[in-house]
Design a binder for this molecule. Structure first.
Ligand code: BES
Ligand code: MN
Ligand code: ZN
Length: 502
């Protein structure tokens, strides 16, 4: 979908979108359209239940002149119009019009009582429209007219449109990253497996990201017994992908300082999680194609950062494996040695994500000495029991850092909720025969999983995001249609902007 900006004008033809505040209060552009159509908007509004409330809209057909339709979008109360409300509005504009028009003209005005200026508002609405326009339909060979989005062009009209365009441009790059993540998460596991996912990551090299792909043999030499144990039942070779983005190169002559250490993002990339020998029930197992969601976010995030030329040094590391039952598969009771040297008794082969991350985290810490590590993983069903699908679980060894993530999440509506870590939980994964076991007891399953990861991060400032409940949406919302959400890309992009680009 093409998004563009132009200075405020009253369109004479085509489909138009205007905003109406609560109490049937027309914005300036809505008033101008009303005047130009002999009062068609006020008449239609009077004859309807539409009063300008948030999330409500009214479409006025053939209102006069050559206008095909005018969509009145409810803004609610002026003082409640903020960035998130406007993004939501943008998504709603797309879903309202997508089957009805090939192009749309959205008129955005200054509003008394709203903190944002019209050009800032336009940029937010545009971002929401872009995010809401996503569709994964590449495997539909017989597209029916009614499910093919027609909308291709959306033009935003506002004062200072060049400024709106400038505000939108970097966010458009972030949306590119979100879309890449959504694409990866949506692909089925016969198409997307470690090797092909690594190839997808490699496409980032054209953006100036250095991409390395470690083979099984290389991982063996590094001693990654935990990750390799998960992969050993699969016909697909595991891969470890390392992505380097240097947006803030080391100052010449300066001694490598703390400021030059990278931030590291680590992702669980289980391209299919059957559970292995501890096999999952068949109902719903198809969902496990998106068990590489953490890796998908890391790859999309790297794309977003490079796309908007973020002033940051970042590494992304994703552990890619397929978890399958077979004659070569890992058995319950097996003991593996991780790269850290710590041994793990694998009591349940379905608790595989933490095994993959154990080696990916340790490798990242040892090789890059990052100032901060953030891992993302569709790690536990238990986090869905705790938080449903509206918050991701957050675990960290640093409270101030956790608050930074909570704040960034609120700003972009990818919210995270902090859960505890502690020695009581750590004790639950001690093993009688190895240094640890890969599951605790039934209760507190997300916490014992996080506690397990913590044993592989040393003293590094670290956070773990359990995104099992938020990676895939059955319901969808205006800025994230049904399916892969890309949750985490905007959150971490915002955290980088807030904390590392100051
Ligand atoms: N990938 C799953 C977690 C998951 C479940 C993600 C549902 C998304 C939706 C993970 O590998 C897993 O199987 N976890 C087990 C852990 C258990 C064996 C301790 C779980 O949550 O049941
Ligand atoms: Mn599993
Ligand atoms: Zn899994």
């Amino acid at each position: 979908m093409k998004i563009s900006f132009a200075n405020l004008a009253v369109p004479k033809a085509g489909a138009v979108v205007v905003c109406v505040l609560e109490g049937r209060k027309l914005t300036d552009s809505a008033q101008a359209i009303d005047d130009a159509t002999g009062g068609a908007l006020t008449r239609a509004i009077k004859a309807s239940t539409f009063k300008g409330a948030k999330h409500h809209s009214l479409t006025v057909m053939t209102p006069g002149g050559r206008l095909s339709r005018v969509v009145c979008m409810g803004l609610g109360k002026a003082k409640e119009v903020d960035a998130l409300a406007l993004q939501d509005l943008g998504g709603r504009i797309v879903s309202t019009l997508k089957a009805h028009a090939t192009s749309a003209q959205v008129l955005v005005d200054d509003i008394e009582g709203c903190e944002l200026k019209a050009h800032e508002m336009a940029a937010e609405v545009a971002l929401g429209a872009r995010l809401g326009s996503y569709a994964f339909d590449k495997y539909k060979t017989k597209k029916k007219a009614h499910d093919t989005p027609l909308l291709r062009d959306v033009k935003f009209y506002c004062k200072l449109s060049a400024k709106a365009q400038a505000l939108f441009a970097p966010q458009d790059k972030v949306a590119d990253g979100v879309f890449f993540t959504r694409d990866l998460v949506s692909e089925p596991s016969n198409v997307l497996y470690p090797e092909t996912l690594a190839e997808q990551a490699k496409t980032l090299s054209k953006m100036g990201i250095k991409v390395e792909v470690l083979s099984q043999a290389q991982m063996k030499r590094l001693g990654m017994g935990a990750l390799l144990g998960v992969a050993q039942g699969s016909a697909h070779e595991p891969k470890l992908v390392v992505m380097h983005y240097n947006g803030k190169p080391t100052r010449k002559g300066a001694k490598a300082a703390k400021a030059d250490q990278p931030v590291a993002f680590i992702g669980k990339g289980v391209t299919f999680d059957s559970g292995g020998i501890s096999i999952k029930p068949s109902a719903g197992m198809e969902d496990m194609k998106w068990d590489m969601g953490g890796a998908g976010v890391v790859i999309g995030l790297m794309k977003a950062l490079a796309g908007r030329k973020a002033k940051v040094n970042a590494v992304g590391v994703v552990g890619l494996v397929e978890n399958m039952p077979s004659g070569t598969a890992q058995r319950p009771g097996d003991i593996v040695t991780s790269m850290s040297g710590q041994t793990i008794e694998v009591l349940n082969t379905d608790a595989e994500g933490r095994l993959v991350l154990a080696d990916a985290l340790w490798y990242t810490k040892e090789r890059f000495n990052p100032h901060t590590m953030i891992d993302l993983a569709t790690l536990t069903g238990a986090i869905m029991v705790a938080l449903g699908s509206h918050y991701a679980g957050l675990f960290s060894n640093d409270d101030d850092f956790a608050w930074e993530l909570i704040k960034a999440g609120r700003e972009v509506d990818e919210r995270v909720w902090s859960l505890p870590l502690g020695p009581e939980y750590d004790k639950m994964i001690n093993s009688s025969v190895a240094d640890m076991q890969n599951i605790g007891e039934r209760w507190g399953g997300s916490i014992t999983a996080a506690q397990f990861l913590k044993r592989f991060v040393g003293d590094t400032k670290w956070a773990h995001l359990d995104i099992a409940g938020v990676t895939w949406s059955k319901a969808g919302k205006p800025v994230a249609p049904k399916g892969g959400t890309g949750f985490g890309v905007r959150l971490l992009d915002r955290w980088v902007a807030n904390q590392l680009e100051k």
